[in-house]
Ligand binder design. Structure first.
Ligand SMILES: O=C(O)c1cc(C(=O)O)c2c(n1)C(=O)C(=O)c1cc(C(=O)O)[nH]c1-2
Length: 232
């Protein structure tokens, strides 16, 4: 007989358990957040991560395009506004460009993608393509690495001003905004995932999807480490 489904709480605990392979533990990220990175390594990270930032709202538009549920779309659309901006709010992509400028990059150097490594493109494009092709509930599930994101943003906010005083504090606004935005995103994404993946086989599928996304973030850090090096 098939294994019984986990309870909601047990399923959530299994998802959270996967945080042990979050990129917060990658040597390149550990270097960044413990103050060992050179200005060049920080600029390289920011310029490459920009490719992820601009992909996120495209990914979220793919989720919307596959989702026939109006209530879900009403919640999900906020993610696009967060990154692209709306009205007076210039949005997260602009905040990321300002982070780049605060680290010493020229705006065009960030926006024209000249520093983006081939492996970063492949990894990020895999995420967008997954969201385009998968059922929308699976794409929602793949966003759940955000369960672990508030901690990594908080680490940067706690450490960077001391480690990298040459980066103007206003440049860190992206991280300040994301702490609460990620918590709200996760509330929605987690509730949808816990509702949808109900059988044990589906729950295991959800864990595989989360692992796929964790691997994308890990692979991005591998590419950065290979190109920019890791100082320990
Ligand atoms: O800086 C990070 O380490 C990090 C990680 C992640 C993530 O876990 O996917 C996101 C973000 N930041 C982020 O800023 C963000 O807006 C975001 C959206 C998503 C997503 O999958 O929809 N992940 C992330």
């Amino acid at each position: 007989m098939d294994a019984p489904a986990w309870s909601r709480a047990a399923f959530e605990a299994q998802l959270r358990e996967r945080g042990k392979s979050y990129h917060i533990h990658h040597p390149f990220n550990v270097m960044l957040n413990t103050g060992k990175a050179t200005p060049e390594q920080i600029r390289g990270w920011v310029a490459n991560r920009f490719y992820y930032q601009i992909a996120i709202p495209v990914k979220d538009a793919a989720v919307l395009s596959n989702c026939p549920d109006r209530e879900v779309r009403r919640g999900w659309v906020q993610r696009i506004l967060d990154h692209d901006g709306a009205g007076e709010d210039p949005g997260g992509i602009e905040a990321w460009i300002r982070l780049g400028v605060a680290t010493g990059l020229a705006r065009e150097e960030v926006t024209d993608l000249r520093h983006v490594l081939p492996a970063i493109r492949f990894a990020v494009d895999a995420y967008v393509n997954f969201a385009r092709r998968a059922p929308w509930q699976e794409a929602v599930c793949s966003s759940l690495t955000e369960l672990f994101a508030p901690e990594i943003h908080k680490q940067r906010l706690a450490g960077w001003p001391e480690h990298y005083p040459w980066i103007e504090s206003a440049g860190l606004q992206y991280f300040r905004n994301r702490v609460s935005q990620a918590r709200r995103d996760v509330e929605q994404g987690l509730a949808l995932t816990l509702d949808h993946f109900a059988t044990r086989a589906q729950q295991e599928r959800a864990l595989d999807i989360l692992q796929f996304k964790l691997d994308i973030l890990w692979a991005m850090n591998d590419a950065l480490a290979q190109h920019y090096g890791v100082r320990t």
